[in-house]
Design a binder for this molecule. Structure first.
Ligand code: SAM
Length: 282
């Protein structure tokens, strides 16, 4: 059975209607599924964590490749289908939980020594894409890579180089923690039900050492303040946010660092933000 037939069969057998509120768009394109798994580069010694396995289309291929697959799924209906479907696999485990509430650090650290690498592979629920990716990175999990399907529009913001029209605070977060790569664009027809937007698979490879040396909490706070009013200049945003006492102090500070006082935040590089953060004492 191909994944289209399999998905239709399972939806009918269990009398399931996709829950749009949970971002349920099931992947039915075998070529895309193969491409995701190949790109994730999974080894027989690896632990794979799949977020939102749904009916298990991606899961079944992951089980062939990895030493262990731990799935995290919020929808009880999916959990019972998967428990039945993969009951013969010792390497399969499922946790019924909201991924945003789960203590992933504890989960991974408790079993980390049994595996060579830990990799995240998923077709993510789109209504919480950025929250999930931010959590995976900010929790500083011991991960080798994150290979995920997300909305194309979000993918462009994550992978963008500073200066691009999609650059946002999250662009710098990705750049700080990861090397990123666009893998494949995926049309709406590759899912049932069809999502409203085009999708894209991206791969984030975690850096062994962050890209810049900096107090990261402080730098990310500055980045967030800088992007709170996107259309304003960096100077105006940081003055409004009281990062600078007043405009004069801001001008002097930026000029000393060789940063254009009229620059907009999205034109700064990660290194520029690190420079600002490292220079400012308060
Ligand atoms: N992996 C399946 C596929 O590719 O066909 C399903 C992907 S579907 C886009 C997203 C999945 O994430 C759904 O199964 C949904 O129930 C699950 N999900 C939604 N919100 C979640 C959350 N907060 N925590 C864990 N899983 C969630």
């Amino acid at each position: 059975m191909n994944s289209l037939e399999e998905t239709k069969f399972l939806l009918k057998k269990y009398n399931i209607k996709a829950n749009k509120n949970l971002g349920q768009n099931f992947l039915i394109d075998d070529n895309v599924i193969t491409e995701i798994v190949e790109k994730a580069d999974i080894d027989k010694e690896d632990l794979v964590i799949e977020i939102g396995p749904g009916l298990g289309t991606l899961t079944s291929l992951l089980l062939e490749k990895a030493k262990k697959v731990i799935c995290i799924e919020l929808d009880k209906r999916m959990v019972s289908i998967l428990n039945e479907r993969f009951s013969l696999y010792n390497s399969f485990e499922i946790i019924q939980e909201d991924v945003l509430k789960l203590n992933l650090k504890e989960l991974i650290n408790n079993i980390r020594s049994e595996y060579k690498n830990v990799k995240i592979v998923a077709n993510l629920p789109y209504y919480i894409t950025t929250q999930i990716i931010t959590k995976l990175l900010e929790d500083e999990l011991d991960l080798e890579s994150i290979t995920v399907m997300i909305q194309k529009e979000v993918a462009e913001r994550l992978i963008e180089n500073p200066g691009g029209k999609n650059t946002g605070a999250i662009t710098y977060c990705i750049n700080y923690y990861c090397e990123s790569e666009q893998v494949i664009e995926v049309p709406k027809e590759s899912f049932i039900p069809e999502p409203k937007v085009t999708s894209e698979v991206i791969k984030l490879k975690l850096r062994n050492v962050p890209k810049v040396e900096v107090d990261k909490e402080k730098m990310f706070k500055i980045i967030k303040l800088s992007f709170m009013q996107r259309r304003k200049t960096l100077l105006n945003s940081l003055t409004n946010a009281k990062f600078f006492e007043n405009k004069e102090e801001g001008i002097e500070f930026l000029e000393k660092l060789g940063i254009d006082v009229n620059i907009r935040p999205e034109k700064l590089t990660l290194e520029d933000f690190a420079k600002i953060s490292n220079k400012k004492t308060k």
